[in-house]
Design a protein around this ligand. Sequence first.
Ligand SMILES: Cc1cc2nc3c(=O)[nH]c(=O)nc-3n(C[C@H](O)[C@H](O)[C@H](O)COP(=O)(O)O)c2cc1C
Length: 451
Amino acid sequence: MRTLPRYKLLASIKTADAFSDYIRLLGILWSFDEELDNGQRNTLGQPYKLNGRMIGNRFAVLPMEGWDSTPDGLPTELTQRRWQRSGASGAKLIWGGEATAVRHDGRGSPKQLMLLHRTATGLGRLRQLFVDSHANHHDHTEDLLVGLQLTHSGRFARPNNDHTLEPHILYTHPLLNQKFRLSEDYPLLSDSEIDELIGDFVKAAVYAHSIGFDFVDITHCHGYLGHEFLSAVERTGRYGGSFANRTRFLREIVNGIRRDAPGLQIGVRLSAFDMLPFQSGLDEIDGTQVPLADTPILFLSARADEADRLEGFRAGADDYLTKPFSPQELIYRLQALIRRSQGQSYTCVDVGALHIDPSRQEVTAGTQVVPLTPKEFNLLYLLARRPGMVFSRVELLQRVWGYTFVGNTRTVDVHVNRVRRKLAHFNGAGIQLATAWSVGYKLLPTHDAAA
Ligand SMILES: Cc1cc2nc3c(=O)[nH]c(=O)nc-3n(C[C@H](O)[C@H](O)[C@H](O)COP(=O)(O)O)c2cc1C
């Protein structure tokens, strides 16, 4: 089996040729000029117009915090030096400068900057140091666009000690809670606490405006709180579930800023998707870790051989695209998968002698109805949609009973046995709920059951 290329740090690639070779190896079709023009002829040196403002060139400094503030959240000499160097660099867009907490409990480190009433003047001076440094090394400063990144570290908050997480979470994440040893009943931020936090973001934005920043970045990236909202599908209430609810936090901050700091521009650094928690390498992909049963799976892989593709489909892929690929084709395929999966919960499944109809919550064997409780139905339906795929007990518990269910995996065994007993009245109905020893269960059509 071929091995996947190891991803390299871009900074370790020193020449255009090496870059070219590397992206070809990754299957990325991307052409670029191997020689850069200097000065005004360089595309990156050209101004860029945004919302009526002219930004002097197309170089941007990405947010990069050094966790070197004072305990009060004010810049230290090190912070100041970093911003001065950004100013000297010549980049005209400073995207957010660095993550700055809107209140103490949201700091990612006790040394993270904070923007509060008492720190606003100090942060204003920090911005001015950047502008002055730019003025000393370059001619204009009116074509700068300088923002400040506002954040709450949420699940990854360490406000009092660099080694101690003090998480604020929106929902019980099946993997992250486990990874950071948070119990299933670890308290969630309440809707009213979120309302209060929105107020803190708006206040911080008003301070940012008053001390001269052109925009604020309402961070929705890197797993911090803003980002966690986007995936709070399991959360109930005003900030979870539907897309409208999951974006309410952001939209309310934006409304508040437009109301209280008119003219301040707003940016959002957004992590648009999370990776599915697969290990690399097909061997480990059994699909059992995909958090939601309804999540369609597209494999985008450099492994283009037929054997690899077939193995991908056997492992549960709904689609498989090989590199190099056309980005537009990828988009169309994803749209098709989403379109289909949105109706998936109403898709009937035929397996063995069973016909499973989720719209009627009904399972029939020939003309007879198999009498199942709702939980038994959901369990059977989940297994039947991917015959042969092993579901662990924990996963079945999460998907059928929900992440917030307080119970143990014995519940799953009890229900599987009940479904088995009911199917026995129909001579097994052409399927077997097989035990995958020490893991969980899978559904097999009877002719495969011995495999
Ligand atoms: C030391 C360090 C601090 C960073 N701080 C922030 C931050 O405050 N906010 C943010 O959005 N990204 C932050 N990042 C991420 C960077 O903005 C950037 O996306 C990342 O380093 C990837 O780019 P690179 O491959 O050029 O390093 C930080 C990265 C590093 C290495």
